[in-house]
Design a protein around this ligand. Structure first.
Ligand code: CA
Length: 242
């Protein structure tokens, strides 16, 4: 059976909590509801969820201070937190993100938007939790140590290029559209333009040096990482190899 991501819903209004829980269940998640911070903490102590939906306005300890607290604890610090807020103004959203929330969603929200945002925060976390090494041709990426080598030579990549390469390598030989890459690598692309992808692909190619030609532009479609292109079309690789 497919793993159903466990979602801890911290929400004091029973009707809203129930509505979210039902929708998450239909969306393939395993929801657990806590109506206050004490219950939420007890849940966390028992079973770690894959993601936390945290209401901003709670009786007693606020969602904001809970987020801050959980971010400091080693046991909970890497769980994605999605803040639920009835307030729409910018300073509050920023305060939420500053407190360690991964994203926020303003009430009232649509079920589809909520599910999309939960999937997005889960995806954004996923590459970090998959501590495996991936090999495509002579290119090797070790997710645990963040090391990349090409023909046994170490390469230096920025964080976004690293994530982009990690995604392309784990989905090699397939063509990915710009919007698909934004969705998979950046998590959600509400504020990011598609040409951002081109900028990072260019940087990635430069950082890859001789292996740069493995990142192919597929006209009118997007990008593809392929093991096949590297030796034939890359004279730089022969020069940089020792
Ligand atoms: Ca509330």
């Amino acid at each position: 059976m497919k793993h159903q991501p466990r979602v801890l819903i911290v929400e004091d209004e029973p009707a809203i909590a129930e509505l979210i829980a039902v929708n998450l269940q239909h969306g393939g998640f395993d929801p657990v509801v806590a109506q206050d911070s004490v219950t939420a903490q007890r849940e966390l102590d028992a079973v770690l969820p894959d993601v936390i939906l945290l209401d901003w306005m709670l009786p007693g300890q606020s969602g904001l201070s809970l987020a801050r607290h959980w971010r400091k604890q080693s046991r909970t610090k890497s769980i994605p937190i999605l803040m639920l807020t009835a307030r729409g103004d910018e300073p509050d959203k920023i305060a939420g993100l500053d407190a360690g929330a991964d994203d926020y969603i303003t009430k009232p929200f649509s079920t589809q938007e909520l599910l999309a945002r939960i999937r997005a925060v889960l995806r954004r976390r996923a590459p970090e939790s998959a501590n495996e090494s991936v090999t495509v041709g002579a290119l090797v990426l070790d997710a645990a140590t963040h090391r990349i080598t090409y023909q046994a030579q170490a390469l230096k990549l920025g964080p976004t290029e690293f994530k982009l390469l990690h995604y392309l390598m784990t989905h090699a030989e397939r063509v990915h559209s710009r919007s698909a890459l934004l969705d998979k690598v950046w998590g959600d692309h509400v504020f990011i333009e598609e040409r951002t992808v081109d900028v990072h692909v260019k940087r990635l190619r430069e950082a890859l040096g001789g292996a740069g030609s493995m990142v192919e532009t597929v006209r009118g479609a997007g990008y593809r990482l392929t093991a096949l292109a590297a030796p034939a079309t890359s004279p730089a690789a022969a020069q940089s190899g020792t």
